[in-house]
Design a protein around this ligand. Structure first.
Ligand code: MYA
Length: 416
C-alpha cells in the first residue's frame, strides 16, 4: 500500500532503520526474543559479523539427518501437494486466497492465481516432496503449506551455492499462534537436507534473525481513480482527482520496439541476464538457459517479458519483465490488479525509457498499479517515473549462511 500516513505506517523495522541512519544504537531494540528462530543456524545479531563468511553450521552427513518426519499435532498429517493436478492446485489456491499475506490494515490480501502457483512451484528440478502441505486428518482439508524449489545462487564471494527458495508459508487463520509454523519450517528443512542442500533463500515482511538485506516496495499508480477508491492511495489535500489522473497518464504506445519474448530469445536473454547479474550484484541466481525459459517466457496473466533484439546479430540487448500478482480487496468483492517488476536490463537505451515502456505495457493490459522493490538499479528510475514509497519493507534472508549484510542495490534476486 502507498505510504500515505507517514507516522501511522512506520513499522518497527523502519523506525530501527531511521535510528540507525541517525547514528543511534538500536541493538537493544533488535534483540527481541525468538523462541524458535534463536535455535536456528542464523548469524545472530552483531555476533554474526565476527564469523567467517560461509555456513553457520556445517553440512550434515546423511546419517546425521533425521529419518522420520516431525510429529504433527494430533488431528493433522503431512501431505505433499501435486501442483500439476487440477484439484490439488485448486486446494492450494483456496488456502492461500483465504489465508495468505495481508497488508497491516487488512484491506488487501494476495490472490496468487492457480496458473501463477503452477509457474512458481514447477521450475526445473522441482520436487513434489518439497511442496509440503498439512491436512486435517478427518476432513482431509488442506490447512497449512510451505514450499521449497531448487536454485543455484551466488552470495558475496561464494560463486556457486546450491540452495532452495522457500515461499508460500501459510497456516490457516483458525490454526494461528499454535507454533505450527516452526514445525513446517523444521520439516521442510529436514526434507531439503535429505537432498544434500543446507542453505535457503527467502523473503518476508517480518524482521527475524537476521536479514541479509532490507528492501522497500515502491508503487507507480496506473489507475489512480481506482487506487483512491479502494483505499490503496490517498488523494493529497492539494490534489484534485482530475490532476492526479493527468499526473499519472501514460502514452498508449511504447517508445522502443520491444517484442514479447519467445523461445528463440531464450539463449540471448540467458546471456544478457547472467552477464548482467554476475557483474553487478552480491546476491543473485545463477540461471541456466532452462531456468530462463521457465521463469521468463510469457504466460498469460502470470509473467510478461519483452525484449529488444539487435537487428544485425539477433543478440538480445534489452529486456523488461513483470509478473502479475493481484490482491483481493477485502470487503469490496473487487480485485487490485498489480504488476510486479522482475528482471530488467537496458543496454541500448536508458533504463528509465525501458521502464516507462514497461509501465505503458502493463497499463495497456489492465494493471492498476506497477510495483517495484528498490533492488538492483531500480532506485535510479523510481522518482522520475513517479513511483511512490510503499509502507512495507521486504527482508531478505539466507538460511544457515553467514554473510555481511548488503544494500538493496546489491541484491539481484526477486522472489515471487
Ligand atoms: S513469507 C510469507 C509468510 N506467510 C504469511 O505471512 C501468510 C499469513 N500468515 C500466516 O500464515 C502465519 O502467520 C505464519 C506464521 C505461517 C506466517 N517466516 O505457528 P506460529 C515465526 C518465518 O505460532 P503463526 C514466506 O513464505 C515467528 O517469528 N517465520 O505462528 C517465507 C515465531 O517464531 P519465533 C515466521 O502466525 C517463509 C513462529 O513463527 C514468519 O500461526 C520462510 C510462530 O509460529 C515468517 N514469515 O504462523 C520460512 N512469520 O517465536 C523460513 C512468523 O522464533 C524458511 N514466523 O519468533 C527457513 C529455511 C527453511 C529451509 C532450509 C533448508 C536448508
Amino acid at each position: 500500500m502507498e505510504d500515505n500516513d507517514e507516522d501511522k505506517n512506520k513499522t518497527a523495522s523502519t523506525i530501527i532503520e531511521m535510528l540507525k541512519e541517525a547514528g543511534v544504537s538500536t541493538h537493544s531494540l533488535e534483540e527481541k526474543e525468538h523462541k524458535f528462530w534463536d535455535t536456528q543456524p542464523m548469524a545472530h545479531g552483531e555476533k554474526g559479523t565476527e564469523l567467517p563468511e560461509g555456513p553457520v553450521v556445517p553440512d550434515k552427513k546423511p546419517e546425521e539427518i533425521r529419518q522420520e518426519p516431525y510429529n504433527m499435532p494430533a488431528g493433522f498429517e503431512w501431505s505433499t501437494v501435486n501442483i500439476t493436478n487440477q484439484e490439488e492446485k485448486m486446494e492450494l489456491y483456496t488456502l492461500l486466497a483465504n489465508n495468505y499475506v495481508e497488508d497491516d490494515d487488512s484491506l488487501f490480501r494476495f490472490d496468487y492465481s492457480q496458473e501463477f502457483l503452477e509457474w512458481a512451484l514447477t521450475p526445473p528440478g522441482y520436487s513434489n516432496d518439497l511442496l509440503l502441505g498439512v491436512r486435517a486428518s478427518k476432513t482431509k482439508k488442506l490447512v497449512a503449506f510451505i514450499s521449497a524449489i531448487p536454485a543455484n545462487i551466488k552470495v558475496q564471494s561464494t560463486d556457486q551455492l546450491k540452495v532452495v527458495e522457500i515461499n508460500f508459508l501459510c497456516v490457516h487463520k483458525k490454526l494461528r499462534a499454535k507454533r505450527l509454523a516452526p514445525v513446517l519450517i523444521k520439516e521442510i528443512t529436514r526434507r531439503v537436507n535429505q537432498t544434500g542442500v543446507f542453505q535457503a533463500v527467502y523473503t518476508a515482511g517480518v524482521v527475524l534473525p537476521v536479514p541479509v538485506a532490507s528492501a522497500r516496495y515502491y508503487h507507480r499508480s496506473l489507475n489512480p481513480k481506482k487506487l483512491v477508491k479502494v483505499g490503496f492511495s490517498r488523494l493529497n489535500p492539494r490534489m484534485t482527482m482530475a490532476r492526479m489522473v493527468k499526473l499519472y497518464k501514460l502514452p498508449d504506445q511504447t517508445r522502443s520496439n520491444l517484442v514479447p519474448m519467445t523461445k528463440d530469445h531464450v539463449d540471448g536473454v540467458h546471456h544478457l541476464l547472467t552477464t548482467y547479474l554476475e557483474k553487478n550484484f552480491k546476491l543473485h541466481v545463477n540461471f541456466t538457459a532452462e531456468d530462463v525459459a521457465h521463469w521468463l517466457l510469457p504466460r498469460d496473466k502470470v509473467i510478461n517479458t519483452y525484449v529488444l533484439a539487435d537487428n544485425n546479430d539477433g543478440a538480445v540487448t534489452d529486456m523488461v519483465s513483470y509478473y502479475h500478482l493481484p490482491s483481493a480487496i477485502l470487503g469490496l468483492d473487487d480485485t487490485l490488479h498489480a504488476a510486479y517488476s522482475y528482471y530488467n536490463i537496458a543496454t541500448s537505451m536508458p533504463l528509465e525509457d525501458l521502464m516507462r515502456d514497461a509501465l505503458i505495457l502493463a497499463n495497456r493490459t489492465g494493471s492498476d498499479v506497477f510495483n517495484a522493490l528498490n533492488l538492483m538499479e531500480n532506485e535510479s528510475i523510481l522518482e522520475e517515473l513517479k513511483f511512490g514509497k510503499g509502507d512495507g519493507n521486504l527482508q531478505y534472508y539466507v538460511y544457515n549462511w553467514n554473510a555481511p549484510s548488503m544494500k538493496p542495490a546489491d541484491v539481484g534476486i526477486v522472489l515471487l
